[in-house]
Ligand binder design. Structure first.
Ligand code: COS
Length: 382
């Protein structure tokens, strides 16, 4: 049976996230977009509201939100400010490998700090020479008795400069290539972690992005997630699960742009009538509304599959790719409706357009999403 209505619990979650976005994120979004300061005040409130631990299972003190619920709140939080959303989402992304592959002991040990106070985690997969080609990782984690010794550099790591915990993908067996990659939990206070300069980004400026270098970083073997050599699968399964949240963020950013454009088009008078009465404007609005609805359905379908434990790699990639493309197209068209005002920083449109761009790039570029989708649709070729 298909049911498009949200349950009372889901509506309450949506309202709660919307209120938070409206009252705490939106009023501070421009300020943090312009400065180079991490929004600690807003994030402290996000922690208190449970957004920073919402994917930690309830038995370990978290919110235990399922995937559809996560998609619902992601749309609202990105509607509030995509940069702040990214700081929250990237931490959930980094905790997901522990949710999926952690032992009971690892979950108890490493989730506790996230449920007790504001903390952030960082997912360390990307390297300078291993971006889309994630399997080309060069970082090494060589075994020395009961420890791994990690050496290498990870770049564009969201929360890299502020994280208390890193999930590092490194070669434990360089001879085996992609099957020699392992996922290792690395606490920030381990000696040998060097934080590079914070990246000066075009958008999502409220989030921290930095290079993280590991120089002879020794962590106990018990910090290994899953088995040795399973790291690439851990990364791929994690991304299969989290990419729908990026699609949801695309819907949130696009919806914000559409709402601003509608409001403006109804009050902006040119040639003696509101510009909403010109067919050019009205049709742009219709197109944006259609695409946003379609994107949300893709996101919710992917999340619905995840909640049922069904294969969702293709659907997750579709929702991420389509949702972020819709965010890009919608913000461009909405800005056009604002004309010259849209280009000015006093208005919200240019930030939304800058923020939309990153959604097409992070958690796997949209070219990679199309690769994932097409590989599954085409299947093996003899
Ligand atoms: N689930 C489970 N296993 C998967 C998988 C998935 N979603 N995707 C790949 N694998 C497995 C494959 O089955 C293969 O296993 P075997 O060697 O046992 O056959 C192995 O992983 C290697 O996969 P594949 O050959 O497809 O690897 P490729 O290098 O060709 O491509 C892509 C993998 C391009 C899909 C991957 O590198 C990718 O997603 N890149 C983008 C990385 C990314 O999103 N970065 C953002 C960082 S987080 S902000």
């Amino acid at each position: 049976m298909i049911d498009f209505s949200l349950s009372d619990e889901q509506k309450a979650l949506q309202d709660m996230a919307h209120e938070f976005a409206l009252k705490e994120m939106r009023p501070n979004a421009a300020r943090y977009d312009r400065g180079d300061v991490f929004p600690e005040d807003v994030m402290t409130k996000a922690f208190e509201a449970g957004f920073l631990s919402c994917n930690i299972p309830t038995e370990y003190g978290g919110g235990g939100l399922g995937d559809l619920n996560t998609a619902i709140i992601s749309e609202e939080l990105a509607w509030g400010c995509a940069g702040m959303f990214t700081a929250m989402m990237a931490s959930s992304l980094a905790l997901t490998p522990i949710v999926l592959y952690g032992t009971d002991e690892q979950k108890k040990t490493f989730f506790a700090p996230f449920t007790k106070k504001m903390n952030f985690a960082a997912f360390c997969l990307t390297e300078r020479e291993a971006g889309s080609d994630a399997a080309a990782t060069k970082t090494r984690a060589l075994r020395d008795g009961d420890h791994y010794v990690i050496n290498g550099s990870k770049c564009f790591s969201t929360n890299g400069g502020i994280a208390s915990l890193y999930i590092v993908f490194a070669l434990t067996d360089p001879e085996k290539g992609v099957r020699g990659v392992s996922a290792i939990i690395v606490p920030r206070d381990t000696p040998g972690i060097i934080i590079g300069k914070e990246e000066d980004k075009m958008g999502h400026r409220a989030s921290n992005t930095a290079e993280v270098t590991f120089e002879d970083v020794r962590v106990p073997v018990k910090n290994l997630l899953g088995k040795e050599g399973m790291g690439f699968i851990v990364a791929m399964k994690t991304l299969d699960k989290t990419r729908a949240s990026v699609g949801a963020a695309g819907v949130g950013v696009a919806r914000a742009a559409l709402e601003h454009a509608v409001e403006y088009a109804k009050t902006r008078v040119q040639f003696n009538k509101p510009i909403a009465l010109f067919q050019n404007t009205a049709f742009k609005i219709a197109q944006m509304a259609m695409e946003i609805n379609a994107a949300r359905h893709l996101v919710w379908h992917a999340a619905w599959l995840m909640d049922r434990g069904q294969p969702c790699g293709k659907e997750s990639a579709m929702s991420k790719c389509f949702g972020s493309d819709v965010a890009m197209r919608t913000t461009i068209e909405a800005l056009q409706i604002f004309g010259g005002y849209g280009y000015m920083r006093d208005y919200p449109m240019e930030k939304l357009m800058r923020d939309a761009k990153l959604l097409q790039i992070y958690e796997g570029t949209n070219e990679i999403q199309r690769l994932v989708i097409s590989r599954e649709v085409i299947g093996p070729i003899k």
